[in-house]
Ligand binder design. Sequence first.
Ligand code: SF4
Length: 581
Amino acid sequence: MLSDDLVHGRNLSREEALALVNCELGPLLRAAARRRDAAHGSIVSYSRKVFIPLTKLCRDVCHYCTFAHPPRKNERAYLSLDEVLAIARAGQAAGCKEALFTLGDQPELRYRSAADELLRLGHRTTLSYLAEAARVVHEQTGLLPHLNPGHLAPADVAALRGASVSQGLMLESASERLCQPGAPHYGSPDKHPRARLASIQAAGEQRVPLTSGILIGIGETRDERIDALLALRELNDRYGHIQEVIIQNFRPKAGTRMAHSPAPSLEDHLWTIAIARLLFAPSMNIQAPPNLNPGALSRLIDAGINDWGGVSPVTPDHVNPEAPWPALDALAHATNAAGKQLVERLAIYPAFARRAEKWVDPALRTSLLRCIDADGWPRTDAWSPGARACLPDCAAGLGRPAIGDELSAILARAQAGVALGEADIVRLFRCRGDEFAAVCAAADELRQASNGEAVSYVVTRNINYTNICYFKCGFCAFSKGKMSENLRGRPYELSLAEVARRAREAWERGASEVCMQGGIHPRYSGATYIEICQAVKGAAPGIHVHAFSPLEVHQGAATLGLPLEPFLRALQAAGGGNPRR
Ligand code: SF4
């Protein structure tokens, strides 16, 4: 049953999953772990968050919940915006990047006092106050809001998409049986599976990156868990919007109607995680909360998770106040001990952040793009190429830490001069933390072996002969065309005489090279580039000409009706050295 093709791709069918309800745990966990490794490598991620409980009033009455409480005398139902900001700023100061808003479900529909307080706050609904609070936090702290307000109608999803980078709604369970009298969700309309699946579908229709998942141990059967996961899979297959699936274990809490109900066993939790890993595509992010399983972190990794969810260095888990978050360095240590490395992510996962134009509202897109790297992971420092700031302290130069066999093999091949294939190169670009340090160390060793301690440089002069260009590259602030009149500087074009003068001046000042590139001028042809080379070589015969972008070479050859090679030969004959890469 747990065949190899499960590791890299094929998802378990419903029948196959049901056949595993009473299977042996070991083989199941091993298959799930291999599937996770194939897609996520050595990375186990988490989000550094601050928890903002906007209101703890709720119209539902889940039998396991200690978060919600009725209105209390002399106590406001909602945090004020100042209180919300104070919490967010504490998180910002602690390096958090996620502002998690978790709150009760539309209490104004149950409590008059909640409705009255909302009006005093300038709102008719909790959800509209939530949207304002999230916007204020984002605008004033830069934290990215992740909203967990419970069941939502399509219009609510749309309204909150403009104030958040992702939303969360646990399916909890697909079992309508749990809504029957005496069951945990009886009297909680927002916990009915149909209501939750409708909200999850609305999030898909509106391209909202969504966190969902199931709560295990509240009376559902393993078959019902499989059906809940399949309901999520079906919606994700349709919309692709579920960014992570949480497998959360129920914990009995004092003061609730389920205070004396048994918690699910660790084995039961591990089974469910592994089944989820095998039901969803390997790339799916499967999460288990570390604070609800403090002594079993490595077992959870063995079962196939690749994420710990949001962990807060400043605020408690208000939903599970009895279970403190692990300290981040302790979590990193436990993750390393399981052969993985802890990597910070944002409230929106990398795969979705990389496609912000599809998944993120324009109101948040720019600030999101400013805080991610090319792979969609959060920038953990302010440095960027071209910045005058010093290189941040990072793992580079600290020797070669222990890494997995797969990566060691790739590095050994590279150091042996074997040309790496695309998959290997992509794998190297995905390295973080210790793996990043190992790649740097291997590159440094190769540099030393091939160049010794010498580091060379060339004395050169950049000559950009025109900034007039008829191309419209979105990232370019150099070119002057119809679309960029507002950008820096005036359109200009150097004469051949001026190009020659600058080359001669560079030579006289000790330069051995000129580096030349310009905009793609609508009047230029291949002949222009040849004349530029001749002008330089005429003025400074000994100087090396390092010139022309692939676009210029392409345009030059095309305007002369020449194939590339003869045009390149013509440039070389005119004095051009190897064209710029
Ligand atoms: S679990 Fe959520 S929906 Fe249920 S009572 Fe608590 S806050 Fe309300």
